[in-house]
Design a protein around this ligand. Structure first.
Ligand SMILES: [Fe+2]
Length: 182
């Protein structure tokens, strides 16, 4: 899969921990794939693989990794829907506001669909090392890792209700489909 090669190329060598996280998010997205058509399941898997490309040092231009990743993906001709999913993943619009970059994301539409929720769920229930965690554990770890004064900690507090809602909607769908996700 091209998304796999892209993510391995940009993250695998220089950001091995981020690469483990991304592989975990990919695995998580595969758990949810029965909720979607084959095309959408593949899109979700691809989004899981490329959602954090903007952390690659060579691609980190603005410091808002969702935006940097989406811009790079657009440059290399990735489908627009995939770029938009990356641009808005895991409540990026709130981090953009905190960084004074809210206008930069208007290029992309946040589709607010079950697929978008499932990407957020996969990201928010995968640890930095790629292990499955609860959303509460994930949010607590982010705050601890960045420390109280970092914009990311402020962001995760502000984003908590929105993230928890997306996680909750996806987990309700998984339960309804009889899919074991823990
Ligand atoms: Fe992530």
């Amino acid at each position: 899969m091209w998304a796999d090669e892209l993510a391995a190329g940009w993250l695998g060598v220089h950001l091995p921990r981020r690469w483990r996280h991304v592989q975990g998010v990919y695995e998580r997205s595969r758990v949810a794939d029965r909720l979607f058509s084959t095309g959408d399941a593949d899109l979700l898997a691809a989004a899981g693989l490329v959602h954090d490309l903007g952390y690659a040092p060579e691609l980190a231009v603005t410091g808002l990794h969702a935006l940097d990743g989406a811009r790079y993906l657009r440059e290399v001709g990735a489908p627009e829907r995939l770029c938009a999913l990356v641009a808005h993943h895991s409540a990026a619009h709130l981090e953009a506001e905190l960084r004074g970059m809210a206008d930069e994301l208007v290029d992309w539409n946040d589709e607010r669909t079950p697929l978008r929720d499932a990407l957020w769920w996969a990201d928010m229930t995968t640890s930095p090392d790629g292990e499955v965690v609860t959303f509460e554990e994930r949010a607590a770890e982010i705050q601890q890792r960045y420390g109280p004064d970092d914009v990311v900690s402020t962001f995760i507090q502000a984003a908590r209700p929105e993230l928890a809602a997306a996680v909750g909607r996806t987990e309700a769908q998984l339960r309804a489909a009889g899919i074991d996700y823990v």
